[in-house]
Design a protein around this ligand. Structure first.
Ligand code: NAI
Length: 413
């Protein structure tokens, strides 16, 4: 098995983290019991590009235990944990990643994860899919399909499908109810605050927190920041979402208005250069900036660099830009996903749901032949994942009585 990681000797620490995560992943354990004997992925080769931390490791190991050959690249240099990579290799998953890898190494690792010739792709951000369509087209005939984890990846896949170039079926795990309602909202809500607090040791109560983007992620972070006592200002492009933020009790403003007022800025838009030169120019001394959108382009780092005299790491995970006029602006996690670059990512129980959808999607793709295009997670899988979660909590649902069923189908009062 070929692999490229920092240090295989770190495996014991990674194994401990994986054991801890697995005990809080009842839905994955349920699927392990359901599929374990049948090994539905026997003979399948899976290339994955994911944040390589303990919860993802539980998914990758289970995919292997269900019969697949699994090769993984890390989807972000700062979210890759070297001890997890080592433990994955010990468990027979080939890994190409290391914490702090350069952009060149990152793409080399993506290519190495693909070189095995996958039948199924498990992507987070669509870099595997993009690379196979641009640089490694010879692999296309062998690919049955794949699944995509995040909003920004799905956005890229939609563009590829609209241009008619998406050559195989991709399932949008992100758009499943069991994903975006919980992962994007509650997962990001908690873990972004966790990353911010761990890295800065700052008080949130009484601060003005500016949230750019009131989508699923932004709603979650606004809710948690507000619950901790922050005054929240939301910036948006979309009038309905802006009004929703107002109805939820937040102030809504544009970034030019919010920039001089904010103490903490968090971007969650999936867009580029949301905070840029004209905003940095008017920020307070000591403003803290974090991004939780998938790519590190939401806070314009080149503009920040041009406006500053020097940059230093003032705390682990905090880059302090000293501006020409003496102000300091602190950037968390180099502008990469703050919850993963400065923390452990989403809570375990949340990723249990998202990864159950990833696993079910892989099994579905191994069993079914689909035409090229972008697909939703089949509704029965989405529902089954939620039911398994509720069952693990001992919560049961009502069923309809025959009278209720007839009533719901009828148009006569
Ligand atoms: P969404 O599409 O529900 O929301 C994004 C919102 O940002 C939209 O309401 C849009 O109108 C707004 N927006 C776009 N450009 C803007 C701008 N220049 N200024 C202000 N608002 C703007 O997307 P979702 O699901 O909330 O995801 C947002 C980003 O977070 C994506 O990049 C996604 O991949 C990423 N993500 C990150 C996670 C994490 O762990 N940090 C977890 C899940 C998603």
């Amino acid at each position: 098995m070929e692999y490229r990681i920092a240090d295989r000797g770190l495996a014991p620490s990674g194994e401990k983290k994986i054991r801890w995560a697995k005990q809080y992943m009842p839905v994955l354990r349920f699927l392990e019991n359901r599929y374990g004997a049948a090994r539905p992925l026997e003979g399948t080769v899976i290339s994955a590009c994911l944040h390589l931390e303990a919860k993802t490791a539980c998914l990758l190991i289970l995919l292997k235990e269900l019969g697949a050959v699994v090769v993984a690249a890390g989807s972000n240099p700062l979210s890759t944990q070297d001890d997890i990579c080592a433990a994955l290799v010990e468990n027979g998953v080939a890994v190409f990643s290391r914490h702090g890898m350069t952009v060149e190494e990152y793409f080399e690792n993506v290519r190495s994860a693909l070189a095995v010739g996958p039948n199924i792709i498990v992507d987070d951000g669509a870099d595997l899919v993009a690379t196979v369509h641009t640089e490694m087209k010879h692999l296309l005939p062998g690919i049955r399909g794949g699944s995509e984890e995040t909003t920004s990846g799905v956005k890229r896949l939609k563009s590829m499908a609209a241009e008619g170039i998406l050559a195989f079926p991709m399932i949008s795990v992100n758009d499943a109810h069991s994903k975006y309602l919980f992962d994007n909202r509650y997962g990001t809500g908690q873990s972004v605050m966790d990353g911010l607090l761990r890295t800065t040791n700052m008080l949130v109560a009484g601060k003005t927190v500016v949230i750019a983007g009131y989508g699923w992620c932004g709603r979650g972070v606004a809710m948690r920041a507000s619950a901790m006592g922050a005054r929240v200002i939301v910036t948006e492009l979309d009038p309905h979402r802006a009004f929703e933020a107002l109805m939820d009790g937040y102030e809504v403003a544009n970034m030019a208005e919010a920039a001089p007022r904010g103490d903490i800025f968090l971007t969650l838009t999936g867009n580029t250069k949301v905070i840029r030169r004209e905003h940095f120019e008017v920020m307070k001394d000591g403003a803290v900036l974090g991004n939780a959108g998938h790519f590190d382009v939401e806070i314009c780092k080149p503009d920040l660099g041009e406006l500053s005299l020097s940059v230093e790491e003032s705390r682990p995970g905090v880059q302090t830009y000293s501006m020409n006029d003496g102000r300091r602006i602190h950037l968390l996690g180099e502008g990469r996903l703050v919850n993963l670059a400065c923390g452990d990512g989403h809570p375990i129980e949340i990723m249990d749901l998202s990864f159950a959808l990833q696993l079910e999607s892989a099994v579905y793709l191994a069993k079914n032949t689909l035409k090229p295009g972008l697909y939703d997670v089949p509704a029965e899988i989405d529902r089954a994942v939620m039911e398994a979660k509720l069952a693990s909590l001992g919560i049961s649902l009502d069923g309809m009585t025959p009278e209720q069923e007839a009533y719901m189908k009828s148009w006569v009062e």
